[in-house]
Design a protein around this ligand. Structure first.
Ligand SMILES: [Zn+2]
Ligand SMILES: [Zn+2]
Length: 340
């Protein structure tokens, strides 16, 4: 029997329809990994000149910046503007300083007009390691700590910029998840607006007189969907999982953004992330996945990190309705990922 499930507090649905006889192990990814020549990889140490100057680099854990021709060697993490940005700060002068970037309101005359504003924003690449092929699951504690701190620093930096309202920090791992280069990297887009998803979510949260994610933490830290936990965070398969083996990592403390996280909390979050990615590798054959944080300036928001393996395709029904058919229940997915 299939089941239509509702999101914890949003009007979002999924259909859990387990295919009879199909086991979680049937999802083991068989994606061929193509190891590229390091010499041609623009993200590798030694090839810094093939990318824009670093907007932020970290060497011996210390922040540095680069200008035009200058390039620093021996870095641990390197951030720079995306060469093919989806959004660019050069559009900024079109908007008066301090004002928000907004679409004009719809009027009868405008209703049939196609509205567009210039593509203002920031698009940055975060190269997570100088070493080609080194992935998150193989990071030392020191490397993980730095990566999480860089995430926090870059998000805080962009959230402070004039007219920026939200930041999407994400990682695409594997071709099926949209990665065009295999060298470990994350990306960040700073937007002059809230995505419709985030706008709806924050409105729902503001309509409640409690934080739904604090409640979700209470519930899922004791549920059969719990996968891993440590002192500060839990990792679980959400009740309304869109795709097989979807995982959310949720801090216990109500923190609205990465910048509100202490070093200790960041590291706790990072260790669960690393453990989960390792589980994906060991139990599912290292499938392509997306991971992301959504960040906006709102103290009511409760930070979470989401992981979506790309083991199934969003097809006609999903695109038509926004309702996902998931053939592995989160209960089964959690039990499979929990196993040693
Ligand atoms: Zn490389
Ligand atoms: Zn909360």
């Amino acid at each position: 029997m299939s089941e239509i499930r509702k999101h914890y507090f949003l009007s979002e649905y999924c259909i859990i329809a387990e295919e009879r006889g199909k086991r979680p192990s049937d999802f083991v990814s068989r994606e061929e990994e193509q190891k590229k020549q390091v010499s041609t990889c623009v993200f590798c140490a030694g090839n810094e000149a093939k990318t824009p100057p670093a907007s932020a680099g970290y060497k011996n854990g210390t922040l540095y910046f680069e200008e035009k021709a200058k390039r620093v060697q021996g870095w641990e993490i390197r951030c720079f503007p995306n060469l093919f940005p989806a959004l660019s700060p050069s559009s900024a002068p079109l908007f008066p300083s301090g004002s928000l970037v907004v679409f004009p309101p719809v009027s009868p005359e405008l209703a049939l007009t196609q509205l567009a504003i210039s593509g203002f924003g920031f698009h940055e690449v975060i190269v997570e390691s100088p070493v080609h092929g080194k992935e998150l699951e193989a990071f030392s504690d020191k490397e993980l700590r730095l990566l999480m701190q860089v995430y926090r620093d870059r998000v805080a930096y962009y959230l402070e910029q004039d007219k920026i309202r939200s930041v999407s920090l994400f990682k695409n791992y594997g071709k099926a998840a949209g990665a065009s280069l295999e060298h470990a990297h994350s990306q960040l887009l700073a937007l002059p607006l809230l995505s419709p998803l985030l706008e709806r979510e924050i409105q729902e949260i503001q309509n409640l007189n409690f934080c739904p994610y604090c409640s979700v933490f209470e519930k899922e830290s004791r549920s059969e969907r719990l996968i891993l936990k440590n002192r500060d965070c839990i990792a679980f398969a959400p009740f309304c999982s869109k795709v097989p083996f979807e995982v959310w990592i949720l801090p216990k403390k109500h923190v609205w953004s990465l910048e509100a996280c202490s070093d200790a909390l960041l590291f706790s979050l990072g260790t669960l992330l690393r453990a989960l990615v390792l589980k994906y590798r060991q139990k599912l054959g290292g499938p392509a996945y997306n991971l992301f944080f959504q960040i906006l300036k709102a103290p009511e928001y409760h930070l979470s990190l989401r992981l979506l393996p790309r083991l199934s395709l969003a097809a006609g029904f999903e695109l038509n309705t926004g309702i996902y058919i998931n053939s592995v229940s989160p209960e089964k997915a959690a039990s499979y990922l929990r196993k040693k």
